[in-house]
Write a protein that binds this ligand. Structure first.
Ligand code: PMP
Length: 451
């Protein structure tokens, strides 16, 4: 190991000790949980944090979280987007409290659902909507629709993408060849038979992959946000739309993370024209809910393929989707929380956060860069932005990511446990950002010359 590696390892040891000493209650709960949950957590992603044992949450409100040992954290992870408008916004608390006493789920539609769909239509410019329980489901069902209405079996995704646990998208490029994403368990189908994968921003590869005319849809985020952040080149989206139209391929834009851009996501801010738009995570304030919207042309093709097919098991939908509670909270989020004014504040704070990070990085001579999509900010351990998922994956520094994550936790700040992701919510304050920048500065100082 080189000198820098030894420095990082030494810092990490000190942070692990500090965390262990400071969190005896979480430690006890972790020991108890290990008897009930394989791996000690109810969802294995909860082990992705850099902590030696899970930090147990006691409660959270706005942009603050309190752990089981009573420490208060400024939360920039915000449930990895699920709570990006703050934990338990007041309008959601009121709506949930009221609705829970009036019936949660009956497999019947409610008027709140219509209001929510109308709000989605005017926000995103797509007339028709369907509701799911998660963003994963929204993507899964859109792939099924796209295949059904085009009669084509293949889909195309970009290298480094993530769209939830949609198996079809678990394909990566390794040395230019498509392979299953490492870690995928129990999948017995060769996903590369039906999924093409090319690098983001590679228009020539995209064109070659669409040219055979057998791709039902391209599914992508407007910018890749799950492998660090990869922003589209100037003109990439215009080329993507042009090529998909030319080859009869539908375009699905997944706004689940890029809803940080503004009230109508990246789609509205940059005038994209998707055939389908998918979205989930924060849209019902953390109450499980996903949605997908589509054009009138798609709706007409859906009706066409449904004619003559027996009604019933389409392979889409789950029992609790679009229940009365989810529809009420979705409506309230759209009407009262995800407002233009809320976004203006969040994005201004994120800009402030990004500038502060850049200043600290420069002050300590680190060759890192910062990216921002509206209220979403990340810092990366390379001097220049990535142009595609392959580059981003090659630049990952897990040991450094873990150290920064734990260093910040030990100083009262939560950022996402992957690729240094931070969100500013309507509840986030200037003081909280100052507190974060103070902790980040200490971390950058410790790493100066070694990272
Ligand atoms: N789309 C994108 C872009 C995502 O990042 C994620 C989750 N990180 C999903 C969809 C799936 O969300 P969920 O796990 O809530 O279904």
């Amino acid at each position: 190991m080189n000198h820098a590696g030894k420095v990082i390892e030494g810092l990490m040891r000190a942070e692990l000790d500090r965390y262990t000493a400071a969190n005896p209650v979480s430690r006890r709960l972790a020991d108890r949980a290990a008897e009930a949950f394989p791996g000690g957590v109810p969802l294995h992603w909860m082990r992705d944090w850099a902590t030696p044992f899970p930090l147990f949450m006691a409660e959270a409100k706005g942009a603050e979280l309190v752990d089981a040992d009573g420490h208060r954290y400024t939360d920039f992870c915000l449930g990895d987007t699920g709570s990006m408008f703050g934990h338990s916004p007041e309008p959601v608390v009121r709506a949930v409290t009221d609705q829970i006493a009036r019936g949660v789920t009956a497999m019947l539609p409610t008027e709140d659902g219509i209001a929510a769909a109308e709000a989605l239509a005017s926000r995103f410019g797509l007339p028709f909507w369907q509701v799911t329980t998660t963003a994963t489901d929204a993507n899964r069902f859109v792939l099924r629709w796209a295949r059904a209405i085009t009669g084509r079996s293949r889909i195309l995704v970009f290298n480094g993408c993530y769209h939830g646990t949609v198996d079809d998208t678990f394909v990566r490029l390794v040395d230019g060849r498509p392979v299953h994403r490492p870690g995928l368990l129990g999948q017995v189908i060769d996903l590369t038979d039906h999924t093409r994968v090319v690098e983001f921003n590679d228009v020539a590869a995209l064109e070659a992959a669409l040219a055979p005319g057998d791709v039902a849809c391209v599914l992508t985020e407007p910018a890749l946000t799950n492998i660090g952040m990869v922003l589209p080149d100037e003109g990439f989206h215009a080329a993507l739309r042009h090529l998909t139209r030319r080859h009869g391929t539908l375009l699905v834009i997944d706004e689940t993370h890029s809803i940080s851009t503004g009230p109508g996501g990246w789609t509205r801010a940059h005038g994209l024209e998707p055939d389908f738009l998918t979205l989930g995570k924060p849209i019902a304030g953390g109450i499980p809910c996903g949605v997908y919207g589509f054009t009138a042309a798609v709706e007409s093709r859906m009706r066409h393929v449904q004619a003559g097919v027996p009604h019933g098991h389409s392979g889409m939908g789950t029992t609790l989707s679009a229940n009365a509670l989810a529809m009420r909270t979705l409506r309230v989020m759209l009407e009262e929380v995800m407002t233009d004014a809320a976004y203006a504040g969040m994005v201004a704070l994120a800009r402030h956060l990004a500038r502060g990070l850049e200043a600290a990085i420069a002050r300590h001579g680190l060759a890192w860069h910062v990216t921002q999509i509206g209220a979403r900010v990340e810092f990366h351990f390379t001097p220049a932005p990535y142009r595609n998922g392959g580059e981003a994956a090659a630049a990952m520094r897990p040991e450094l990511e873990q150290l920064v994550n734990l260093f910040l936790i030990n100083r009262g700040v939560l950022i996402a446990p992957f690729h240094n992701m931070m969100l500013t919510s309507p509840a986030t304050t200037e003081e909280q950002i100052a507190r974060f920048l103070h902790a980040f500065d200490a971390c950058a100082a410790a790493l100066a010359g070694h990272a």
